[in-house]
Design a protein around this ligand. Structure first.
Ligand code: CAA
Length: 259
């Protein structure tokens, strides 16, 4: 589709959002816009059951395009700077399970792109970080917020204040990534996991919404949101399929239709 961002969907309903802007997958404003378009497509396309975000075998992304930003003044950035945040919000709100498969560097906006996903699978050569402070700015696409919610205030402060990187094992230890694999298998393992989610029920959408939106609410409101979404599951075909299958054949054998 776009020049730097493409989407392809396999026969199991797993879409790969591929970022491809050599040499470092730097996120210029065209990439921001293409990521926003891809998020809309992935949200709307019922043939897509789960999504893998991938930057290819060498690098996930080295962040926003510093060479483009270098020439921008305050007024220009004020007018357009929110576009990246909007595109990343749209990715984070894709109502399907998303997995970032990270080979090599995921820095700045690259780390923030990975943070939009439900899960991060990293190659053992991956390095993640928020080096924006070394450029005289702060993370601007979720790095002070999604990162903090994921790894906690102290680890986020270390990464954002210091601008350093963590390797895959340390990222695993602090919860920044969820699984670590060899560089040649990380994408395939992400696709395998995504296939399992793509075969799951419509209720996965409800679960994602309940967790992601509920965590921003007080407990009482969040529990009411959960009740509403739990009740909404009873409007789906998959609820009937799941319960009929359990009664007839026992647990875990239902063939869901994602409706
Ligand atoms: N933007 C633009 N160009 C970049 C880039 C970026 N984010 N990252 C690397 N490049 C360019 C380099 O300038 C270099 O270009 P030339 O060949 O023209 O000199 C080329 O890509 C190769 O880079 P290196 O020679 O530096 O390669 P390396 O292997 O030695 O190092 C790296 C790789 C560790 C990723 C290093 O390039 C680096 O530190 N990149 C910048 C990382 C960074 O600061 N990211 C944050 C950006 S700001 C941001 O993302 C804001 C936000 O929150 C949205």
């Amino acid at each position: 589709m776009g020049e730097f961002v493409s989407v392809s969907t396999d026969e199991h309903g797993v879409a790969t959002l591929r970022l491809d802007r050599a040499p470092m997958n730097a996120l210029n404003s065209q990439v921001w816009s293409e990521l926003g378009d891809a998020a809309a497509q992935l949200t709307d396309d019922d043939a897509v059951g789960a999504v893998v975000l991938w930057g290819g075998p060498k690098i996930f992304a080295a962040g926003a395009d510093i060479k483009q930003m270098q020439g921008m003044d305050f007024q220009e950035f004020f007018a357009h700077g929110g576009a990246l945040q909007q595109a990343f919000d749209a990715l984070a709100r894709i109502p399907k399970v998303t997995i970032a498969a990270v080979n090599g560097y995921a820095l700045g906006g690259g780390c923030e792109l990975a943070l939009t996903a439900d899960f991060r699978y990293a190659a053992d050569n991956a390095k993640l970080g928020q080096p924006e402070i070394l450029l005289g700015v702060i993370p601007g696409a979720g790095g002070t917020q999604r990162l903090t919610r994921l790894v906690g205030v102290q680890r986020a402060k270390e990464l954002v204040y210091g601008g350093g990187m963590v390797d895959a094992q340390e990222a695993l230890a602090i919860g920044l990534v969820d699984r670590v694999f060899g560089p040649d298998e990380v994408y395939e393992r992400a696709v395998e996991a995504a296939r399992r989610y793509a075969a799951g029920p419509y209720a996965l959408r409800m679960a994602k919404k309940a967790i992601d939106e509920g965590r921003e609410l007080d407990l009482d409101s969040a529990l009411r949101l959960e009740t509403t979404l739990f009740t909404a599951c009873f409007a789906t075909e998959d609820r009937r399929i799941g319960m009929d299958s359990f009664v007839a054949n026992g647990p875990g054998k239902a063939a869901f239709v994602r409706r």
